[in-house]
Ligand binder design. Structure first.
Ligand SMILES: [Fe+2]
Length: 273
């Protein structure tokens, strides 16, 4: 891809690109949208610096890429589609588990656009892992076996904690467990990725419990291999935009008791195949 309008600086061989030459406060024209979209597909997660934009401008940027979701378990903010994730002295960061966003949904997130609002002086980085590279790193035999499997993703593992039995039942009716392929094929690039995660995957279909648990543990561990990763150091007004179909992420929880506040808009994706 030749970029005429933006600059894309790769941060690791297969994942991560820092974008410059764009002001996200202004609406995107078709040309600029096409370049940012291409950079997202190519780099899997892209980063912007110094975007001092309003929540409305943040939302307008995310909307270019698809319909936005209202997260079913987040505390509502003044904009229903905006998740405010705030941690500090009374509330330690707990997003330090590798995952792809909302995979318990039948149509999980295509992308997430996260803006750093109030970041700690040091710490609170986010790690991203290229799950396509993780797939490519497996033997052909393992790839073949995984290619036939599906797994169940369930919100209850994470968001069901502390919920009353009644509420749990009601939420389960609205969000029944979702069955997704263990290896998904990206709808736009055609690349295959490992698509199970520790936060939401409960088990592999058609395996006994021990087989499923051990195989999942092995697959989860792939995200923690440094060769597949990029690590982003935030500043206020930094933006990370990741492709949930291709990467997993992990928010490092090392900044307690400092405050860390980020805003997220989440773009609804396809049913994984
Ligand atoms: Fe997340």
């Amino acid at each position: 891809m030749n970029y005429g309008r933006i600059k894309v600086e790769p941060l690791a061989p297969t994942i991560g690109g820092e974008i410059s030459g764009v002001d996200l406060a202004s609406p995107l024209d078709r040309g600029l949208f096409a370049e940012i979209h291409a950079a997202l597909l190519d780099r899997k997660v892209i980063f912007f610096r110094d975007q001092d934009i309003t929540a409305q401008q943040h939302m307008a940027f995310a909307r270019n890429f698809g319909e936005l979701e209202v997260h079913p378990f987040a505390t509502p903010s003044h904009i229903p589609e905006m998740m405010v994730i705030a941690h500090g002295e009374k509330n330690r960061g707990n997003e330090n588990v590798w995952h792809s966003d909302v995979t318990f949904r039948l149509r999980p997130a295509m992308g997430s656009v996260l803006r750093g609002v109030e970041m700690p002086a040091v710490g609170g980085d986010t790690l991203f892992a290229d799950m396509n590279a993780a797939y490519e790193g497996l033997s052909a035999s393992m790839q073949r076996m995984l290619g036939e499997l599906t797994a169940i993703h369930d919100f209850q593992r994470t968001f069901g904690r502390g919920m009353s039995a009644e509420k749990l039942q009601e939420m389960r009716r609205e969000h029944p467990p979702a069955e997704h392929p263990v290896i998904r094929t990206h709808p736009e690039t055609g690349l295959k990725s490992v698509y199970v995660n520790r936060l939401f995957t409960s088990h592999i279909v058609g395996m006994n419990k021990d087989e499923s648990t051990r195989l999942l543990e092995f697959l989860y561990s792939l995200a923690s291999i440094p060769e597949y990763q990029v690590r982003f150091k935030w500043r206020n007004n930094s933006i990370a935009f990741w492709d949930n179909r291709a990467v997993q992420h992990y928010a490092v929880s090392d900044y307690y008791p400092q405050r860390r506040v980020v805003n997220r808009f989440t773009i609804i994706g396809d049913k994984p195949v």
